[in-house]
Each structure stands twice: as structure tokens, then as C-alpha cells.
Ligand binder design. Structure first.
Ligand SMILES: [Zn+2]
Ligand SMILES: [Zn+2]
Length: 284
């Protein structure tokens, strides 16, 4: 009898509208240490990410705002950077790296984290495959030595790199989640991200183009990364409206688009990092 009422209660909860949607995702994980590791459960909820473990020193429950970076390094690895001081590492922000022991980070989980993360999500798992790319090119992602092959795609709301050789190098960038893009030569494209790397923020992704990307692709990308600077492209979506994040505004350095636009190009400038090739009259 008791079992029956329990079953009924479960059924009611499952049928109740709304309740079923507040799902959480749970994974059995191994937490990497400098030496050895501990085991536990990682739970992703609407509010944040919790690590439950018997190792009391390492149990945590972060709200999303308490995570400086969420990185889906691969379908079975999640790396978190908190704002907590790491006493062993001279006060550097403490990071937590988890290996999934079962299951995998699906596009659905990636989409959830993309929506929830307060900082640009770093993900090698594409959260969506909606829409057809407007532009694409076969590329080589350049490493310090060598590289990996893949496809660079330009969509209306994002750019992606899908690595054929090294899936962990695949990336998904909302336009508002990119610091800048440049093209140092006809067959090169460089993306400056907000991704943490040893020594600071702003990992660069350099690609060698195996085939030419349509010249209008650069204008298309630029109009989306810097919407306030491209008022002529009224059709461009405002990245801020896509994510709720603030738009990173960068000082463009030199005005390569001619002398007509001046002051508005330099609002809230921070660095001279971005350069863009001369493309006479492109901004006309
Ligand atoms: Zn641990
Ligand atoms: Zn690569």
C-alpha cells in the first residue's frame, strides 16, 4: 500500500507541468588533484553547479555568478575556474577539473551552460546545430607547432570551429563572446576569445584558410562583433539581445576603413589589439 502511494506521488510529480522542466544533470566524476583525485557527483541545476563528495575539503556549491569560467573541454571533461583564491598557487583563482566517469556532456547540457554562464562559456560541444552557415571554409587550426584540420563556419549568431582531428579544439563563439577578429593575410583569420589561458584571459585561435572565405564574410562577422560601429548593417542582430551579456567594445586602433568614421570607432577603447586589413571602401 505504501509503495502504491509512493508510485502515485511520483507520477503526480512527473505529470505536474513546469516541475518536470526544472531538470538537473548529474554526473559521476573524478576531481583531478595535483596528486591523485577524489570521487563524487557533479550536479548542474538551474542555479549553479554543485560538487558532492565525501572529501569535505573539496565539496562545493557554486552559483553561476561565482564561476569565472565554465569550460567544456571535451564531452567528458568539465573545467571550472572559481573566484576562490588558490593558496597553493599564490592566490590565483582556483580551478576545478572534473572527468566524467559515465555519461557525456551533450549538446543539451552545453546549451544549458551557455544560457546560464555569466561569463562566455568555453565549449568544445556545440550547443546547437540550428540554421545553415552563411559562410564556411576548410581551415587548419594553428598550434604552437603543427595544427589540426577542421571547418570554420559563420552563422547569423555565432562562429564555430569544428576540428576533425582534435574534437577538444572545437569551439563555439557567440559574437558577443569574442574580443575581436583579424585577418593578417588573405588566407589567415585570427579570433581573440575571452578564454582563460595560462597567464591570463584572451586565448587566440589562429586559422590558416585552405580555401578563400568570401570577402563579404568579414564584413558580416564584423557587423556582428561590433554592431554599434556598423549601423549601416541594420539587419545584424544585437549580440547583447541574444545573451543578455554586455557587448565587449574594443578600441580599434587604426581606422582601416577610411577617414569618414572617426569618433564613434573609438568609444570605450581598451587596447590596440585589433587590426584589420585594408579593404578599400568596404565600409562605404
Ligand atoms: Zn578533490
Ligand atoms: Zn587544433
Amino acid at each position: 500500500m505504501r509503495n502504491i502511494s509512493l508510485l502515485l506521488a511520483t507520477a503526480v510529480i512527473m505529470l505536474a507541468p513546469g516541475l518536470g522542466r526544472a531538470q538537473s544533470h548529474e554526473f559521476q566524476v573524478e576531481h583531478d588533484h595535483l596528486w591523485r583525485s577524489c570521487l563524487g557527483k557533479l550536479i548542474i541545476t538551474e542555479e549553479g553547479i554543485e560538487y558532492r563528495t565525501e572529501n569535505g575539503d573539496h565539496a562545493r556549491a557554486w552559483k553561476f555568478v561565482e564561476l569565472k569560467q565554465i569550460k567544456i573541454a571535451s564531452p567528458n571533461r568539465l573545467e571550472l575556474i572559481s573566484y576562490e583564491d588558490d593558496k597553493l598557487m599564490l592566490g590565483r583563482d582556483r580551478d576545478f577539473s572534473f572527468k566524467l566517469l559515465e555519461g557525456r556532456i551533450t549538446p543539451e547540457v552545453s546549451a544549458r551552460l551557455l544560457a546560464k554562464s555569466k561569463r562566455p562559456l568555453v565549449t568544445s560541444v556545440m550547443p546547437t546545430d540550428e540554421g545553415a552557415p552563411r559562410f564556411m571554409a576548410m581551415v587548419k587550426h594553428l598550434h604552437t607547432t603543427g595544427g589540426c584540420a577542421g571547418t570554420f563556419k559563420v552563422f547569423s549568431d555565432r562562429m564555430t570551429f569544428e576540428s576533425a582531428d582534435k574534437p577538444e579544439h572545437s569551439r563555439f563563439w557567440r559574437y558577443s563572446h569574442v574580443q575581436g577578429i583579424s585577418q593578417s593575410s588573405r588566407y589567415r583569420i585570427e579570433i581573440s576569445s575571452f578564454e582563460n589561458q595560462p597567464g591570463g584571459v584572451g586565448r587566440d585561435f589562429n586559422f590558416q584558410l585552405k580555401e578563400e572565405l568570401s570577402p563579404s564574410a568579414y564584413d558580416y562577422i564584423w557587423a556582428r562583433i561590433y554592431p554599434s560601429k556598423f549601423r549601416r548593417d541594420a539587419g545584424a542582430p544585437n549580440p547583447a539581445s541574444l545573451t543578455g551579456d554586455e557587448i565587449p567594445i574594443k578600441h580599434m586602433g587604426r581606422n582601416n576603413y577610411g577617414s569618414s568614421r572617426s569618433d564613434e570607432m573609438f568609444s570605450a577603447g581598451t587596447t590596440d589589439r585589433q587590426t584589420f586589413p585594408q579593404r578599400g571602401g568596404a565600409a562605404g
